[in-house]
Write a protein of this length. Sequence first.
Length: 462
Amino acid sequence: MKRTKLTKALVACLAAAMAVSVAGCGGGGGQQSSAPAADNNAPAADNAPAADNNAPAADNKGGDVTISFMGWEASPLETDAVKNGISIFESENPGVKVSYTPSLSGAEYTAKLLSTVAGDSTPDVMFMQSTDYRMFASRGVLTEVTDKFSEEFSLDDFVDSARQIMEIDGHVFGIQSCIVTPVLYYNKDIFDAAGIPYPSASEAMQWEDFRQLCIKLTTDDVYGCYGQEVVSTSLNAFLQSNGAAMYTDDMNTCTVNSPEAIEVLNAIRDLRIVDNAAPDATTLENIGMSANQMLQTGRVAMLIDGSWALQELASIGFPVDMAPIPYFKTPTNIAQAHLHCISARSPHQDESWEFLKFLSGMNYQGALVKSGLWMPNRISMYEDAAVNEWFDPAVHGSYKQMLGYFKDAKVQVSALQKSSQCSDILTEETDKFFKDGQATEATVENLQTRINEVLERLASEG
C-alpha cells in the first residue's frame, strides 16, 4: 500500500478539535460524549499507509519491545480493569511490554490523538471512538488489518451492529472492543416501598406505560426516571422506535424533520415539564449527585443510562436491576462501542497485532464483560458455554433474560457517519430544545438543515 503525507490534513482536523469546548465525558466502553468531537474537513488519503519505518520507536527496556497504548479514563474501575488486562498480556507475551496512557474522553481525546499524529508520536495501539473511526481510517492514520483479521476472526461471528461499524467498504482497520447499549436501571427498594411490580426484563414497556409508571413512582422526594433526554444513550433509540429515521439508508441525507421525531421530542420533554416525573441535569448539579448516586439514594426510581453503568452500580451495594428501555411503536435497542486500532506509523506492527488480538479475547473482553462494564460483541459469546464463563449473578441481575435485547441491537447510526459533526449537531439542537425551550418544529428543521449542509460538503469533497 502506498504511503501518504498525513500532517497537513490532520493539522486542519486538530485545529477544529482544539476549538471545541468539552462538556461531559464519554465512557471507556465506547459510549459517546455529549461534547462535540473534531470536525473533519481535510481531504481523505487515497489508502491507509503501511507502517512508517521512520516513526520514533518506543523505548526498549532490557531488550523488551514496548508498545504504547492510549485510551481514556471514564472511571478508576475501568482503568484498573484495563491495567489488569495488560498485566495478563505481558505475562503471556514475554519480551513485550505495554505502556498505557489514559486520557479524557470525547472531544479532548480526539484532539489529543490528532496532536500525536501531527507530532509523529502516535501510540502504537489506541482506543478509537466509533464516531471518529471512519475519519481516521480515511486519512491513512490506521493500519488496515483486513487480512490478519480474516485469519483469526470471522466477521460473521460479530453481532450485526459491530460488523457494520468495523467494516468499511470491505476493509477492516480496527476491532470493536465490545458493544454498549442503553439500559433501564431501577432501584428495587423504591418499587417495593410503592408496592409496584418490577419492570420486565424480557419485554420492553411502551412509552405510555412507562410514562404512567414514572408518574406513579414520583413523590415529593422521588422522581420517576432520569436519562431519557441523553442523546448518546437513549434519544437515538427512541427516535428509531417511532420510525423517525435520522438518515436515508445510504446515510447521505438527514430525514429527521418528521412528525414521528416531533412526537418523540415532545413526549420526552413533557415527562419533565408537564408530568414533573423527571429531573433535568440542573437538578443533579444542585443536589451535587451523579445519576448513579441519585438512583442509589432513591432520589430517582429509574435511570436510563449506558450498559457501562452496571459496573459502578453493581459495586455500590444496593438492590439494583435492569430492563429494556421503553419504546414508542416498535421495541428498539441500539449499540456501538469504541474500537482498538493500530497506528499506521507504529514500528511494532506484529507486536501490536498480538495485543489487538488479546484485547478481543476472553482474558480481556471477557473479564470486562464479567465486571459489568461491557457486553459481548460476538455471537459465540452469547452461547451458553461462553455465557457461563463471564456471567456473574452478583453483578448482572436479570442480564440473561436480556441477551437477545443486547445481541440483536441495531447499530447506532452516528457511528456510520464520516463526520462526528452530525452527532454534535444533534446534541447542540436538542440541548436548545430540552434546556432552553426551543420550539419542536424549529429543532427538527435546524437539525435537518444543518446536518444536510455537512453531508453535502462531505459529498463534494469526495
